[in-house]
Design a protein around this ligand. Structure first.
Ligand code: PHE
Ligand code: NA
Length: 451
């Protein structure tokens, strides 16, 4: 049976952008930036995306397009021995990420509905925080988690690529326009000057003193936001079967993704500063607290809010389906299971794993720190080692397909993947493990003790 390919020429890039742009940009980026010191983090993050993220996208693209297989099968086809287990790591990562991703996406659906039913009648930031408190956990949260996973399962079971392509074409530009508008409103606030200086001017003293937490946070955020380290980009490139210029595609994906994230900072920080909040204090609720405060103060804010939260819900959907697609394509290709039962079984398992997150936010940290700080970084490290040292010739050759002679660029890419990327990512991984151990022995232990 011939393997499916993308419906249109643009299908691949649209789906990859749809996977990249999501909660990582809109929800996670501002809260991690706030926690890690603003400008210092932004600088390290941007460097990470450009110098490590971009070459790492190409690593996944060449593996996928060359093998035309799911990530588990792709690594097995190219490698041998212990490399065969790498695909399993991807499947495990997909489970962990999607479980809490769906809960957070459910928050956005809930805020959309709140706007439709009641509007955002928020008198002050205290009320915005109280509202987030009621949305973050509880039985309704579980319900919205279920609704979101049902949508993801439905789309993956039906295998509807066209829907995704149109969704992305409309939604990404719409989100950018809305963010620019909201950022312009943020600019009018008195607090905006202080907010911009916090966000845009890196405090190098702070960076020097805190690099052991900034580096792993930037690594985790860069891989998460670009959908790297768990086989999504391998899977999407495996449906290509044509000679596209992968370097140009990777550039488009990374630029759009970064644009959306950076814009979100221009919206969130002015409002947090205006409310007199610590930029990191809002935690995972930061985006909701600042936006509901904003929407309550703008004429037409209710409509804007519904549109914005709804758009983000759609953006989250196109990212979530890319994760479930990895798991499902594995079951289809490797075990011969058919699409519908595979989608339902895996989707329900992911839903169940996410249930604790709807009960207590400590589980959000437990899963998110593990997935982002460790697993995606580990996955990306192993992929870089694999392409750089095990199959460099195949990789260089595959990269040139659709471009022509790469000249010295091809060798440069392999050498960047082989040494600098491996070293920086390995250091980030080590620091991420140290952070996680601290989280487990301090925060999580305290939480358990309080039970
Ligand atoms: N890149 C997505 C986002 O920014 C999240 C994601 C991570 C998707 C890993 C797929 C794989 O929201
Ligand atoms: Na992203």
């Amino acid at each position: 049976m011939a393997r499916e390919t993308w419906a249109t020429r643009a299908g691949f890039i649209l789906a990859a952008v749809g996977s990249a742009v999501g909660l990582g940009n809109i929800w996670r980026f501002p809260f991690i930036t706030g926690q890690e010191g603003g400008g210092a983090f932004l600088l390290v993050y941007l460097l990470f995306v450009a110098l490590i993220g971009l070459p790492a996208i190409l690593v996944e693209f060449v593996i996928g397009r060359h093998t035309e297989l799911n990530p588990v099968g792709a690594i097995r086809a190219l490698g041998s021995g212990a490399w065969n287990y790498l695909g399993w790591l991807f499947v495990a990562i997909g489970f962990v990420i999607l479980s809490y991703y769906s809960v957070v996406a459910g928050w956005f659906l809930r805020y959309t509905l709140i706007g439709v039913l009641d509007g955002y009648a928020i008198a002050d930031t205290g009320e915005a925080q109280a509202l987030f408190g009621t949305v973050a956990t509880g039985i309704d949260t579980l319900l919205f988690h279920a609704v979101f996973m049902a949508l993801v399962i439905g789309i993956i079971a039906a295998g509807v690529r066209r829907g995704i392509e149109i969704g992305v074409k409309v939604m990404v530009p719409a989100i950018v326009i809305l963010l620019v508008g909201l950022a312009a409103y943020g600019f009018t606030l008195d607090a905006s000057t202080a907010a911009y200086s916090y966000y845009l001017s890196p405090d190098f003293g702070y960076l020097a003193a805190n690099w052991t937490s900034i580096l792993p946070a930037a690594a985790g955020q860069a891989f998460f936001t670009l959908s790297l380290g768990m086989g999504v980009m391998i899977t999407y490139a495996s449906y290509l079967g044509e000679d596209r210029n992968l370097v140009a595609d990777a550039g488009v994906i990374a630029s759009l993704d970064t644009l959306v994230a950076v814009l979100v900072g221009f919206v969130v920080f002015p409002f947090l500063f205006a409310a007199g909040l610590e930029p990191g204090a809002g935690g995972p609720g930061g985006i909701f607290v600042s936006l509901t405060t904003a929407f309550a103060g703008i004429p037409g804010g209710r409509v804007l809010g519904v549109v914005f939260f709804g758009m983000v819900g759609i953006a989250a959907l196109s990212s979530a389906i890319s994760i479930l697609e990895v798991l499902v394509s594995y079951l289809i290709d490797e075990l011969g299971v058919s699409r519908v039962p595979a989608s339902i079984a895996l989707g329900v398992a992911v839903f169940l794993l996410g249930v604790p997150v709807t009960i207590d936010l400590i589980f959000l940290d437990l899963f998110d720190l593990l997935a982002d700080g460790i697993l995606l970084v580990l996955g990306s490290l192993l992929l870089a080692l694999f392409v750089g040292w095990v199959v460099p010739d195949i990789a260089r050759e595959e990269l040139s397909r659709g471009i022509g002679d790469l000249g010295p660029f091809g060798d440069a890419w392999i050498w960047i993947v082989r040494i600098p990327i491996v070293v920086v990512v390995a250091v980030s991984l080590y620091l991420g493990v140290v952070d996680y151990v601290e989280f487990l022995t301090v925060d999580f232990a305290e939480w358990l003790a309080a039970r």
